[in-house]
Design a protein around this ligand. Structure first.
Ligand SMILES: [Fe+2]
Ligand SMILES: [Fe+2]
Length: 305
């Protein structure tokens, strides 16, 4: 373990791994939520509200969106919110397994070890919260396509080091930029705003840890390892981002699925919203050396750059 206190006894400018983990543990003790208590699960769903900020709908800005009734638009964003939450559960299960594997049989007195278990406990509560939320939004089970589920199975069993932590970071950041908007939006159904608020607060600590771990593990990585892991992270990000909104949401909102999918795919408004929201994340990946030629090409295809 390295110390962050320099030889003359003054703290160094760059906090080390122990400091970061200790601070995260303290912060988690001060501000954590129990969704079972904090979220209003009892008030029946008020269908006068949206599920996401309408501007975040995959169809917002298309010709189809303008043809939809306000009721349909609200039903669509509620189903989209449920789909994003369900994809969140899928990824949180991958994440919990990767972090658990990473800390297997490591030093339990290490603050990072204790933080890792705290993060896993957070994710476990989040997934239950998302599951209850999706049910309350009257959504069916939204899962990524079969092939993506199987790729996730391989990834969660094998990914390690910076590949695991950078993929975690991408998933958490993408969810974060959306949820930050939705938690403040008065058009969004109040219980969904609480869910988003809880997630944003607790995830900001996770993202700090993921950034720290990504940077630290990359310090020891050579050129080839960086190239390979940058590619793996970009592929994982592509499947996470493209699995966020399940096609079934359009059917559930009473829309023509083929037309909705076609217009969503061509929706320039949504693409530019994603790109501008993810600019901070891309800056980080670039500074970490994870924006290689190949990975940049994939991020472009996922509309993250
Ligand atoms: Fe989470
Ligand atoms: Fe997280």
């Amino acid at each position: 373990m390295t110390s962050s206190i320099t030889e003359n006894g003054t703290p160094s400018d760059t906090p080390d791994r122990d400091d970061v983990a200790r601070r995260l543990l303290e912060s988690s003790e001060t501000l954590s939520y129990d969704p079972a208590q904090e979220v209003d699960w009892d008030t029946p769903l008020d269908t006068n509200y949206h599920g996401t900020s309408p501007e975040w709908s995959t169809l917002y800005g298309t010709a189809y969106w303008k043809e939809m009734t306000p009721e349909q638009q609200r039903e669509l964003t509620r189903q989209e919110a449920a789909s994003v939450a369900s994809t969140g559960i899928w990824f949180e299960m991958i994440l919990q397994q990767m972090v658990l594997r990473d800390f297997y049989a490591k030093d339990p007195t290490d603050p990072a070890f204790q933080w890792a278990l705290t993060e896993i406990a957070d994710e476990c509560r989040h997934s239950i919260m998302f599951a209850r939320g999706a049910a309350k939004l009257r959504a069916p089970a939204y899962r990524p396509p079969r092939g993506v589920v199987e790729l996730g199975r391989v990834f969660k069993a094998l990914a390690f080091g910076e590949a695991a932590y950078a993929a975690i970071l991408v998933a958490e950041e993408v969810l974060d930029v959306m949820q930050r908007d939705w938690m403040r939006d008065e058009r969004v159904v109040p219980f969904v705003r609480t869910v988003n608020n809880i997630h944003v607060v607790e995830e900001s600590r996770h993202m700090k840890f993921a950034r720290q771990e990504t940077k630290e593990r990359l310090e020891k990585a050579g050129w080839l390892r960086k190239q390979i892991n940058a590619f793996v992270v970009a592929v994982a990000s592509y499947f996470i981002v493209t699995s966020m909104v399940n096609k079934k949401v359009y059917e559930k909102a009473g829309l023509d699925v083929r037309r909705a999918v076609r217009e969503a795919k061509a929706n320039q408004h949504h693409k530019s919203l994603m790109r501008s929201s993810c600019s901070g994340l891309m800056e980080f990946l670039s500074s970490a050396g994870l924006l290689t030629k190949a990975s940049t090409w994939i991020y472009k295809r996922a509309n993250l750059i």
